[in-house]
Design a protein around this ligand. Structure first.
Ligand code: NDP
Length: 256
């Protein structure tokens, strides 16, 4: 077996939306495997707290305040990561929002905001890190999709469209950059207990129990469920894995 299959020592990772939820779960995994981590978000206090937690565990981490829908902010963010951490090996495009309305009620500003945060940001960040990854001789891009990359959702038309787009964008980068030794993969979370789903759980009658019944693992996902998949897709263990979309959902997507 290859030495250091899951070893990320000496590697530098950017995690957008890494200051909470699934992004923080992934950042914890990457840091535990040895990577230096840049936590990117708009909320400085949350990002600084996440960095404090990671550095207490002896990881190297920095907080970068940036809105990942803004091309210039993304360029400044990647420049800062390169200046302070020296290189970029791993990008986790995780920042995301949802606006819960059916297609007939969603206005254009809401549509644009969901598409910009969930899909355009992945394009901007991937394009921004590509030169550094190419120069380093390879890299790993991990894009966060959803079950709604596969299923339709009456209450999340822009969200589902953006998450479907994430899978196709992932495949396109995987094909385009395979020759540069860059692997791009998507992760499709099921129902996970985070701020993003908190309001839905409060407002949709019976949602909590419906998720338990429909999920073979019979529980909601936790952010700790994302540490392992992050390490796998960021490490040499996945060097021949590219363009895939891997559900992390307790079996939700295999239920008819
Ligand atoms: P959270 O709301 O907990 O986290 C979202 C993160 O995105 C926050 O850290 C937020 O930080 C960041 N963010 C949002 N907009 C921007 C922006 N414009 N620029 C920079 N950062 C931004 O949600 P989750 O952890 O649940 O979601 C993470 C990802 O997982 C999303 O892509 C989501 O769609 C996906 N997902 C989640 C599921 C779930 O059940 N929870 C299911 C399927 C997919 P800040 O506010 O500081 O900007």
């Amino acid at each position: 077996m290859k030495e250091g299959l899951f070893d990320l020592n000496g590697k530098v990772a950017i995690v957008t939306g890494g200051n909470g939820g699934i992004g923080l779960g992934m950042a914890r995994g990457l840091a535990a495997a040895g990577a230096a981590v840049a936590i990117v978000g708009r909320n400085e206090a949350k990002s600084v707290a996440a960095v404090a937690e990671l550095t207490q565990g002896n990881a190297r981490a920095i907080s970068v305040v940036a809105d990942v829908t803004d091309k210039e902010a993304v360029a400044a963010m990647t420049a800062r990561v390169t200046a302070e951490l020296g290189r970029i090996d791993i990008l986790v495009n995780n920042a995301g929002i949802n606006i819960r309305k059916p297609p007939h009620a969603l206005d254009i500003a809401e549509w644009n905001s969901v598409m910009a945060t969930n899909l355009t940001s992945a394009f901007l960040c991937s394009q921004a890190v590509y030169p550094a990854m190419k120069e380093a001789g390879g890299g790993k891009i991990i894009n966060i999709g959803s079950m709604m990359s596969i299923f339709g959702a009456s209450f999340a038309p822009a969200y589902a469209a953006s998450k479907g787009g994430i899978v196709q964008f992932t495949r396109s980068c995987a094909v385009a950059w395979a020759g540069d030794n860059i692997q791009a993969n998507a992760v499709l979370p099921g129902w996970i207990d985070t701020d993003l789903t908190k309001r839905a759980r409060q407002e949709i009658d019976g949602l909590h129990d419906r998720v338990l019944t429909r999920t073979p693992a019979a529980r909601w996902g936790a952010i700790g469920d994302f540490a392992g998949i992050a390490v796998f897709l960021a490490s040499p263990a996945s060097d021949f894995v590219t363009g895939t979309a891997i559900p992390v959902d307790g079996g939700y997507s295999i239920m008819g």
